[in-house]
Design a protein around this ligand. Structure first.
Ligand SMILES: [Zn+2]
Length: 389
C-alpha cells in the first residue's frame, strides 16, 4: 500500500461541495465533489448523537488551534477519493460550515457559523488538515482500516476482536493474558513479541489454540464462563519450548511457535544435545538466518535452507571458473567435472559462467566452509542434482 502525507488541504477545500443527507444521517461529498465521505463499509455519522458534544468539540479544537488528528483518504483515482478514517470529524466540520449546528460562544450563547466574526470564520476555513492519501487494493485497505478505525482511536486487530466478541470469555482472557502485572509475562516475552496491554499474549494464545482461526474461536467461545482450554493449550506450548530449548536467545522471540509445536511436539529431544547444537550453530559465521536455527534442529538438522547458509561471492566464482575452464580446455573435456565423467554429448562441453553455479565440494552441513578451496563450479543441472549446499 502506498501513502502520501498531504498538509496543504484546508477546511475550506474539504467543505467545497459538502453535502449532508439528513435522512440517511450521512455526510456524502466534499472537496469539490472529489471526496466521498461515507463509503459503504463506514458506519453512520454518530458525533451528533446525544447532546452533540463531540461535534462541537471538533469545532472548538479548530478554533483553539488544537490538532484534530490524522485523516486518511483512500485514493480511488485522480479524481476520486474516499474517507477511510476521519469521516466523523469531516462531517462535523461540514455540518458546522453549513449551519447545521451551533457551538457556544464565550458567553455560553449558541452561535452558528454564518453569524460568527470574520476572523473566527477565516481561522476555521484556513485550518490545514493532516491527511494521508493511501493507494492499495480493496482488501489491503479494508484490512488496514479494520485496525485503525473506531472513532479515531487506533486499535490493534485483537482489540477490535475483543470489542466485537465482548463477553465473559474476553473478560477472563484479558484478566489472564492482558494484565501487565501477571508474573508470567517475563517468561512469555522470551517467545512472544509485543505487550500485554496491546493484547499480544492474548492474541497469541488464541492464535495457537485455534490454529490461526481467532475470529471463529472467539465467536464459538464468546459466552464461556472459563478459559481452561485456552490456558491449558497456551501453557503446553510455552512449557514445550522451554523444555526443548533450555537456552534463551533473542531470535526465539516472535517465531511461529504454535505451528512448530503442532508439527514437532510429539517427537522427543535431548535438551542437552539440543543446547550443544544451538551453541554450535550460533557460533557458525556462515549462518545468515539465526531465527531458522530452532526449526532446523526440531526438524532433525537437515533443512539447511532454513539457515540461509552464506553462498560464495562473485569474485570467488569467477576465479574458480577461470582456472577450472583453462584446465578443462587443455584436457579437451567439459569444465563441469560431472559432465566430464559422463557419457553424453556434454562430455566435452565448455559451459559459460552464467550456465554454471558454485558448489560446496564438501557440503556445509558436513563441515565444509564457504571459501575458495571448498568451491567448485558445476553446470546448473549437476549443481541442482547435487542439491546439498
Ligand atoms: Zn555438468
Amino acid at each position: 500500500m502506498k501513502t502520501i502525507l498531504k498538509t496543504d488541504i484546508t477546511v475550506k477545500d474539504i467543505c467545497e461541495g459538502f453535502v449532508y443527507n439528513e435522512l440517511e444521517g450521512k455526510g456524502l461529498f466534499g472537496l469539490f465533489g472529489k471526496l466521498t465521505i461515507q463509503p459503504e463499509y463506514q458506519r453512520n455519522y454518530i458525533y451528533a448523537e446525544g447532546d452533540g458534544k463531540r461535534e462541537m468539540a471538533v469545532i472548538e479544537s479548530i478554533l483553539k488551534g488544537y490538532p484534530i488528528g490524522l485523516i486518511y483518504f483512500n485514493k480511488i483515482s485522480d479524481n476520486s477519493l474516499e474517507v477511510l478514517d476521519g469521516q466523523q470529524r469531516i462531517t462535523s466540520v461540514g455540518r458546522f460550515i453549513t449551519d447545521k449546528f451551533a457551538i457556544k460562544d464565550e458567553n455560553g450563547m449558541p452561535q452558528i457559523f454564518s453569524n460568527m466574526a470574520k476572523d473566527k470564520k477565516d481561522k476555521i476555513l484556513e485550518t490545514k488538515l493532516l491527511i494521508y492519501e493511501c493507494e492499495g487494493t480493496e482488501s489491503q485497505i479494508k484490512e488496514w482500516f479494520k485496525t485503525i478505525n473506531i472513532a479515531g482511536v487506533p486499535l490493534v486487530p485483537q482489540e477490535l476482536l475483543n470489542a466485537i466478541y465482548s463477553g465473559p470469555f474476553v473478560t477472563l482472557g484479558k484478566e489472564e493474558f492482558s494484565n501487565s502485572q501477571n508474573a508470567n509475562i517475563q517468561k512469555w516475552s522470551v517467545y512472544i513479541k509485543g505487550s500485554a496491554n496491546r493484547q499480544a499474549f492474548f492474541e497469541r494464545a488464541l492464535d495457537w489454540v485455534s490454529n490461526g482461526n481467532i475470529d471463529d474461536y472467539m465467536s464459538r467461545h464468546r459466552n464461556d464462563k472459563n478459559i481452561n482450554e485456552l490456558k491449558k493449550y497456551f501453557n503446553s506450548v510455552i512449557d514445550w519450548i522451554s523444555s526443548v530449548f533450555t537456552d534463551v536467545e533473542s531470535e526465539m522471540c516472535g517465531l511461529e511457535w504454535g505451528r512448530l509445536y503442532e508439527q514437532y511436539h510429539k517427537k522427543s529431544y535431548d535438551p542437552k544435545k539440543v543446547s550443544a547444537e544451538v551453541r554450535k550453530l550460533y557460533s557458525d559465521p556462515y549462518i545468515k538466518n539465526r531465527k531458522g536455527i530452532f526449526e532446523f534442529i526440531l526438524g532433525g538438522s537437515v533443512d539447511t535452507k532454513l539457515l540461509e547458509v552464506r553462498i560464495f561471492d562473485e569474485a570467488i566464482k569467477k576465479a574458480i571458473y577461470a582456472t577450472q575452464t583453462a584446465k578443462a580446455k587443455k584436457k579437451s573435456e567439459s569444465n563441469c567435472s560431472h559432465c566430464a565423467i559422463g557419457h553424453d554429448a556434454n562430455k566435452e562441453k565448455i559451459w559459460s559462467l552464467s550456465e554454471m553455479d558454485a558448489d560446496h565440494v564438501s557440503a556445509w552441513s558436513k563441515g565444509g566452509t564457504t571459501s575458495a578451496k571448498n568451491c567448485q563450479m558445476l553446470c546448473k543441472t549437476h549443481n541442482r542434482a547435487k542439491g546439498n549446499r
